[in-house]
Design a protein around this ligand. Structure first.
Ligand code: ADP
Length: 498
């Protein structure tokens, strides 16, 4: 009997493979890093073959480590760095260009061209996205322009485009399947999230032929079998989702109004808005969470540019701490920041301010300010910035937030989580198993084959939750948050300018 589900977690810097048992416990993991190329300032590329090889090595490695064979696997699920674009030959599987990574700015000019044509509003209405180099469509255009003859070959159906999920699926099935699923499709700027199809108008804006696109399938369902040569036997591929959506699923945010925040270098917040694609007035993205059983669910997505990175700056820029974890004890050494606010707007401000010109500030210093106050202010800034985004979500979705589920490196900081609960005035829940992104892909795959029969079975997998209850009085919360908003105003130079 099959005892495990294998999850492939193809990230921006490494390829990981994780083996989950029926209780949802992680039995073994394996990880391989791969090369980041920076051919010009602001450009980021990956070698698609290296992505595949590192992912295959991780998958084989984890099976070997756990002494497991393909016959022991009920299913395989894939989660991936989103938006990264790959174009390859349909016949041979050979990429015609390096993968253009989501972070890469090489399509900034193409994006500006779309804006200059006045297409922003129409594109937003159809895709839920803003025109930005992050998204895949302009990256495909870039590749077809960069490689001689590629446009004609694409039109003749000789080329395939895929985000990393499609690429891995194509490789795993030995070229038999060229498909993606709703969450990844919704990040391309080519997918109409209301009609749930590739949109000819959008394709027209970028002069991309439909023949290059993968078929869009449910996120949980049949994607074909792995070719026997890769894992020593055929394994059904039955789950795929982009990393943030996979984390939302892995966190069990199945109901409308449930949200998760991933605290890494930046923060990624997603709120499930159910059958309704909520349109944001504050610049948040509307995206597809997943499609299951023919039913598509939506999410609102917002991010904080600088979160854990602020703590890295306290460590490396100021040398106030030796490692990120030390920040917790420092924050506890003082009862409050005593009026100090740090706004780490190092690269401008995102939602709801959208100010590229803003820069970091520290305000409220007095003669008694110590480094512990500053460190505490750094941690608090992560919670304030997250509240900024949550407030937008709640308003834009017209939903109230019951609880915020958290993951990512910085969520291990209890001080930060308690302050987050205090600042939101709602419960923050941290699962004891933090591999929620991979768990999401495993869950999508395992549910499709009946390995798990019910989503609630996965609750166990998250291993119970630590709950942080809000303790702060509303008046105190409002006072502190008002101070944050004033500090943000200063980072934007509104005081200097007024
Ligand atoms: P990413 O996936 O973006 O690389 P991770 O999820 O690995 O990020 O989290 C690492 C980030 O979290 C770093 O920016 C680090 O400064 C921050 N971090 C890690 N542990 C803590 C901690 N205990 N307290 C505060 N910040 C932390």
């Amino acid at each position: 009997m099959s005892r495990f589900v294998l999850a492939l977690d193809q990230g921006t810097t490494s390829s990981r493979a994780l083996l989950f048992d029926r209780e949802g416990a992680v039995v073994a993991t394996e990880q391989h890093e791969f090369t980041q190329s920076f051919p010009q300032s602001g450009w980021v590329e990956h070698d698609p073959e290296e992505i595949w090889e590192s992912q295959l090595r991780a998958a084989r490695g984890v099976l070997e480590r756990a002494q497991v064979t393909a016959a022991d696997l009920a299913a395989l699920g894939v989660t991936n760095q989103r938006e990264t674009a790959i174009v390859w030959e349909r016949e041979t599987g050979k990429p015609i260009h390096p993968a253009i990574v989501w972070q890469s700015r090489q399509t900034a000019g193409l994006c500006q061209g779309l804006r200059d044509r006045g297409l922003e509003e129409d594109i937003r209405a159809r895709t839920g996205l803003v025109i930005d180099s992050y998204f895949s469509g302009p990256k495909i255009r870039f590749i077809l322009d960069a490689v001689e003859g590629a446009q004609a070959r694409a039109e003749a159906g000789e080329l395939c485009f895929g985000t990393v999920d499609s690429w891995l699926l194509y490789k795993l099935t030995n070229g038999r399947v060229h498909a993606t699923e709703y969450s990844n499709a919704s990040r391309t700027l080519l997918f109409n999230i209301h009609e749930k199809t590739w949109d000819d108008v959008l394709l027209g804006y970028l002069n991309l032929p439909r023949a290059i696109l993968p078929e869009v399938r449910d996120s949980s369902g049949d994607f074909g079998l792995t070719a026997a040569q890769w894992l020593g036997g055929e394994v059904p591929i039955t789950g795929m989702a982009g990393d943030q959506q996979s984390a939302l699923f892995g966190q069990g945010c199945f109901e409308t109004g449930m949200a998760k925040n991933t605290y890494g270098t930046g923060c990624f917040l997603l709120m499930n808005t159910g059958d309704r694609p909520a349109i944001s007035d504050s610049g948040l993205l509307t995206t597809i969470a997943w499609g299951i059983g023919g039913r598509v669910e939506y999410a609102l997505e917002g991010s904080v540019f600088v979160a854990g990175a602020a703590i890295q700056w306290l460590r490396d820029g100021l040398g106030l701490i030796a490692n990120a974890a030390e920040s917790e004890a420092a924050a506890h050494r003082v009862a409050e920041t005593d009026g100090v606010y740090l706004v780490p707007a190092f690269t401008g401000l995102g939602a709801p301010y959208w100010d590229e010109e803003a820069r970091g500030v520290m305000v409220g210093l007095n003669r008694g300010t110590t480094q512990d106050h500053v460190i505490r202010a750094g941690l608090e800034s992560i919670a304030y910035s997250s509240r900024d985004v949550v407030d937008c979500m709640v308003t834009d979705a017209g939903l109230s937030l019951e609880a915020l589920r958290v993951d990512g490196g910085a969520c291990e900081n209890d001080f930060l989580m308690q302050f987050q609960a205090d600042m939101l005035g709602c419960v923050v829940e941290r699962p004891s198993v933090l591999e929620v992104t991979a768990l999401g892909a495993a869950a999508l795959a395992g549910l499709a084959v009946g390995f798990w029969t019910d989503r609630s079975h996965l609750e166990q997998a998250r291993g119970g939750r630590t709950r942080f209850e809000p303790r702060l009085k509303a008046s105190e919360r409002d006072r502190l948050y008002a101070g944050w908003q004033q500090a943000v105003a200063r980072s934007r130079g509104t005081l200097a300018g007024s």
